[in-house]
Design a protein around this ligand. Structure first.
Ligand SMILES: [Fe+2]
Length: 235
């Protein structure tokens, strides 16, 4: 059974879905995909856009009721996907924006057009604020293109690397292929997550993604990632 640390499963709070039925459908699909723990990670832009916290809590409660009624073997927890802003480190320190299940690991995302300097400085500030950030779908940032950069983010700023399961099902562009392969071959990937949205083409694909990972990088690589996810976010 898998833990999904990045998933837009709650409707009405971001671009994840618009109706409760979409949430129910995503929960059913997650259970069928072998996922036994989901950390709901709605988009947040700390200090810039107000997050509909009350609505989120209400919808989480309804989602949990559905899980119980349907007898799904899923634990639903709370997190957020934080688009990095200058206020993010301070708001994290003050406990005003959520980390993944209350750990000291916030899920941080960047814009694909962000520069290397921006990404590096941001993660340095999050680390200095006392956190060990999880970089959301790191494969999406063209500015991070060398193994040395990734090592710096990990070694100096305690960063952890999350890759989307769906990325493993696609052929990487030629320019990125070698870099992408080395991330796995050199054990620099910490977590695989689905980043599920209720949008065609963004459905859960954990089982398929992990099978592709195992086929390409081997069983040891897969079990190391699964064990690490369990160690960090298992119950
Ligand atoms: Fe996401």
């Amino acid at each position: 059974m898998y833990i999904d640390i990045h998933c837009h499963v709650i409707w009405g709070v971001d671009d994840g879905g618009n109706t409760r039925e979409e949430t129910f459908h995503m929960l059913d699909a997650a259970a069928a995909d072998g996922i036994s723990k989901i950390i709901a990670t709605p988009h947040m832009t700390p200090g810039v856009y107000e997050f509909p916290e009350k609505r989120f809590q209400e919808h989480m409660a309804i989602a949990r009721e559905y899980i119980a009624e349907k007898g799904l073997d899923i634990e639903l927890d709370r997190g957020a996907e934080l688009l990095y802003t200058e206020l993010t480190p301070r708001l994290l320190r003050e406990g005003k924006v959520p980390t993944l299940v209350g750990t000291n690991h916030p899920l941080i995302e960047f814009s694909p057009t962000d520069s290397w300097e921006h990404i590096r400085n941001a993660l340095q500030k999050v680390s200095s604020a006392g956190f060990s950030p999880v970089i959301a779908h790191m494969e999406r940032y063209p500015a991070v293109k060398s193994i040395d950069q990734v090592r710096l983010l990990k070694d100096s700023f305690r960063s952890l690397v999350q890759i989307n399961a769906r990325t493993l099902l696609k052929k990487q562009p030629l320019m990125r292929r070698k870099f992408f392969n080395r991330l796995f071959e050199e054990n620099l990937v910490d977590f695989i997550a689905t980043d599920t949205h209720s949008i065609p083409g963004r459905e859960t694909c954990m089982t398929e993604g992990l099978a592709a990972l195992e086929a390409q990088y081997g069983e040891e690589c897969l079990s190391r990632i699964l064990q690490k996810t369990e160690y960090f976010f298992g119950s």
